[in-house]
Design a protein around this ligand. Structure first.
Ligand SMILES: CC(C)(COP(=O)(O)OP(=O)(O)OC[C@H]1O[C@@H](n2cnc3c(N)ncnc32)[C@H](O)[C@@H]1OP(=O)(O)O)[C@@H](O)C(=O)NCCC(=O)NCCS
Length: 357
């Protein structure tokens, strides 16, 4: 059974010997009041039953129930896991000792266990049922991309009383990503292979075409390449371009008549740069773009730039973001956000992509 590590705690299977720790964090009126099935007072027999249930479930091959103990500095301080795992759906639940509240522990545990559910258990949908008064629980779900779907009247039965529940859910939607490299680059350059692997591990489809460069590089030759992948471009597509790849995305969106979900333009540009590259780049950025047309072809633009890019002045990136009504993320001393600047991985970009996906 898997151990999931965060910077400050680990998530591991419950085991015999955890009973007193479970009793310590569960036997608290404030902890149990929004847990529909937890008794109060919580007794040692309840803790024993819980640990036994978790150990037994951990041994089963086909799991309907899966719970992790949250261990902080060698001490079990809470738990989080899935119940009712069926047909690629599950319900998530969690509880943490009061002493440890409001330190970000449950938010992080929820992120890790949600990722585990979507990636390892291949769940398509995770739900949570929350007492409407439980603001902290709603907050951590929302922070982790769970959406409020509605109010279930009388869903919870606690101490013989029916109470309403807010239904939160996170649905896994598979997207198509196309990563477009720049001049003198290829599908293996920079952070492209790393990003492909990361997105694929989350169930998305990722295409990284190879465009002719520098030999045979032109807007026309690149357009011929992207045409082969056009059946993958639609409302659930995001295009990610680096450097000239970003300029190519602008041309593509201007001319294709497609409407996509998002575009991520990294160290991109939309004009000639008064550099030796202008000659081979001019068919991409030598003219004027129709910004309205481009904006109408994509729901969200994100521009990543750096404040010491040797090729792209920051003012140009600001202008690009402004033309697109895009969010601009400036990375301090990120150079051209390429391998030479240390970018074989790009976690900031991945976070932004997953947040928008
Ligand atoms: C729900 C629970 C797991 C949250 O754990 P936690 O580690 O304190 O959560 P975090 O610190 O990661 O985040 C709490 C968030 O809620 C916010 N919050 C806390 N109390 C709040 C309140 N009364 N109103 C609004 N927001 C509140 C915090 O500010 C924080 O948000 P922020 O990160 O934007 O500042 C914990 O309170 C708990 O164990 N409760 C009892 C069991 C329970 O209710 N389980 C959920 C059943 S659905």
């Amino acid at each position: 059974m898997q151990v999931i590590k965060s910077k400050s705690f680990i998530l591991r299977q419950y085991r015999e010997g955890d009973e007193t720790a479970v009793l310590r964090y569960m036997n608290d009126r404030d902890v149990s009041k929004y847990l529909s099935s937890a008794p109060y007072p919580y007794k040692i027999k309840d803790a024993k039953e819980w640990v036994k249930k978790c150990v037994r479930a951990g041994r089963r091959k086909k799991k309907k129930f899966l719970s992790f103990a949250i261990e902080l500095n060698g001490k079990v301080v809470g738990g989080i896991g899935f119940d009712s795992i069926e047909r690629r759906e599950a319900e998530i639940g969690y509880a943490l000792g009061k002493k440890y509240w409001n330190k970000g522990i449950a938010s992080e545990a929820l992120k890790l266990v949600t990722d585990f559910g979507l990636e390892q258990l291949k769940l398509k949908r995770i739900t949570a049922h929350v007492f409407p008064q439980n603001k902290a629980s709603s907050r951590i779900l929302e922070k982790n991309g769970y959406k409020l779907e509605g109010l279930l009247k009388g869903h919870h039965s606690k101490n013989g009383k029916l109470s309403d529940a807010l239904l939160y859910a996170k649905n896994h939607k598979s997207m198509n990503f196309i990563i477009i490299h720049g001049v003198y680059a290829n599908p293996e350059s920079n952070w492209f292979s790393w990003l492909k692997k990361e997105l694929e591990s989350k169930g998305h489809k990722v295409i990284v075409p190879k465009f002719p460069t520098p030999l045979g590089q032109s807007l026309e030759s690149w357009s011929r390449v992207i045409k082969k992948y056009e059946s993958n471009v639609g409302g659930e597509t995001a295009l990610i371009g680096h450097s000239l790849g970003a300029a190519f995305i602008l041309s593509y969106l201007e001319g294709s008549g497609k409407r996509i979900k998002a575009a991520f333009l990294v160290a991109g540009f939309h004009k000639l740069l008064a550099s030796p590259y202008d000659e081979i780049n001019k068919s991409f950025v030598g003219g004027k773009f129709d910004w309205e047309k481009i904006k109408n072809s994509c729901r969200n633009f994100f521009v990543f730039a750096s404040d010491n890019d040797q090729y792209i002045p920051l003012d140009l990136s600001k202008e690009l973001a402004q033309n697109l009504g895009a969010k601009l993320k400036v990375i301090h001393k990120g150079g051209h956000l390429n391998m030479q600047a240390g970018y074989s991985k790009f976690p900031d970009l991945l976070d932004c992509i997953l947040g928008a996906a």
